[in-house]
Design a protein around this ligand. Structure first.
Ligand SMILES: C[S@@+](CC[C@H](N)C(=O)[O-])C[C@H]1O[C@@H](n2cnc3c(N)ncnc32)[C@H](O)[C@@H]1O
Length: 240
């Protein structure tokens, strides 16, 4: 008996929120796959990704949400990546093409990176295609017409999930910084920016491309109310 051809995994970035910032390639793939996978977590960048993608796949396309726990426990995380990759692989082995959608770019702070790594381990024969997406910080820079880097300048993309720790350590070595995941420990991030004398050269952008989009040119106003999950900072070390 002839062996069934396996399906292809597409990692599809759907852009940061503005429904027009999705690529033609992403739209074509979403319209052609047999199934859509998305991560489901308490923090809902994933339901936003689904909202962006929904107009581009036929209504009957099955959508499966995979749980990724918000934990830093490596053992729990690894087990979860393995299990979720197993669920996707089962469909691929049946010959179905599947898309795993992510907000922004699939390889920038996204669960898709873990899926790809696991897939290469447990099912190395599966064909994978990754479709890049416009990142949140590219859209945010465009919104405020602020260059992320010019000439010989450096640009550092950092997570603020643990507060200002990385900013203090790496910030002094670079010209420009993009800080994502700022919502949890904003006060400490703000203190680190004060220590770096960068409060006046930092812009806070929330919900870029969404109806409740907000730009804080003075980030002092962000200190007293916890920023939204969809908040990032563009930090320029030099005054322009
Ligand atoms: C898990 S990361 C996902 C990054 C995404 N893959 C990308 O390419 O931008 C989530 C963080 O991205 C930032 N973010 C995502 N979408 C955003 C938006 N529309 N406006 C502002 N920040 C956003 C926030 O800092 C949020 O905490």
């Amino acid at each position: 008996m002839m062996k069934q051809k396996t399906g292809k995994l597409f990692g599809v970035g759907v852009g940061p929120g503005d429904p027009e910032l999705i690529s033609l390639k992403a739209v074509r793939i979403l319209g052609s796959v047999h199934m859509i996978f998305a991560a489901a977590s308490p923090k809902n960048s994933h339901s936003l990704a689904m909202r962006i993608a929904r107009p581009y796949f036929p209504p009957g396309t099955p959508v499966i949400r995979l749980s990724f726990p918000m934990t830093t426990d490596r053992k729990t995380l690894k087990e979860c990546w393995r299990q979720n990759t197993g669920i996707i692989t089962k469909e691929l082995e049946q010959g179905k093409d599947v898309a795993f959608i992510t907000l922004g770019d699939p390889l920038t702070y996204s669960t898709y990176g873990y899926i790809v790594r696991e897939m290469k381990k447990i099912a190395p024969h599966i064909r994978i295609e990754t479709v890049p997406g416009i990142t949140s910080y590219q859209a945010a820079a465009a919104l405020v017409h602020t260059p992320l880097a010019e000439g010989e300048e450096s640009l550092l993309v950092l997570s603020g999930a643990k507060g200002g720790e990385q900013l203090r350590r790496l910030g002094p070595q670079v010209d420009n910084i993009v800080l994502l995941k700022t919502y949890r420990h904003f006060e400490d991030i703000y203190s680190a920016l004060k220590e770096m004398d960068a409060v006046d050269t930092t812009t806070g952008i929330s919900c870029c491309g969404q109806p409740d989009e907000n730009v804080a040119t003075d980030i002092r106003e962000m200190v007293h109310k916890k920023p939204n999950y969809f908040t990032l900072l563009i930090i320029k070390k030099k005054r322009s």
